[in-house]
Design a protein around this ligand. Structure first.
Ligand code: SF4
Length: 162
């Protein structure tokens, strides 16, 4: 897996202060994408032990609410396996921290993936320029959904994050 950045004390990509991993690789090609430099799975830097330590050091801090996976698309074929392993390890080591994940895929396409077991909030769907609205919370266009994964799995119906 490759990535572009690890941002810290981030307030724009989920609840609280978060560490955000911006992975490389996306094939959704949304018109108006804010981050097309991240589409190339060969771009950026290799995600290695030092990168992982950088994330875990952040998660050790009591004021950090959790991690957000973004990009790029964490579910791109070049990322999905490693993101799954990473999210699993984070949930084991930091059970009180939340995991958010942004993807261009839909909930219906992802709900049976192992990774979903380690995700608290999934922001799904491609960015649609004509549905863009700066007032939306945690998402760029109104077609996207900020899904409470645990409640959705429990009830069988999509429950949006409050
Ligand atoms: S899914 Fe996200 S990163 Fe990928 S093209 Fe769409 S807006 Fe850009």
């Amino acid at each position: 897996m490759r990535y572009h950045n690890i941002t810290k004390d981030d307030m724009l990509n989920g609840d609280g202060l978060r560490v955000v991993l911006w992975v490389a690789g996306c094939n959704h090609c949304c018109k108006g994408c804010h981050n097309p430099v991240t589409w190339d799975p060969n771009g950026g830097l290799e995600f290695d032990d030092a990168s992982k330590k950088e994330i875990f050091d952040e998660l050790e801090k009591s004021y950090i609410s959790g991690i957000t996976f973004s990009g790029g698309d964490p579910l791109h074929m070049s990322n999905a396996y490693e993101v799954t392993e990473l999210a699993k390890e984070i949930k084991e080591k930091f059970p009180k921290k939340t995991v958010w994940l942004y993807t261009g895929a839909l909930w219906e396409e992802t709900k049976r993936m192992e990774l979903i077991n380690y995700v608290d909030v999934l922001v799904d769907g491609e960015f649609e320029c004509d549905k863009k609205d700066a007032n939306l919370h945690w998402k760029g266009s109104s077609n996207q959904r900020v899904i409470d994964v645990k409640e959705t799995l429990k009830t069988g119906n999509i429950v949006l994050h409050a």
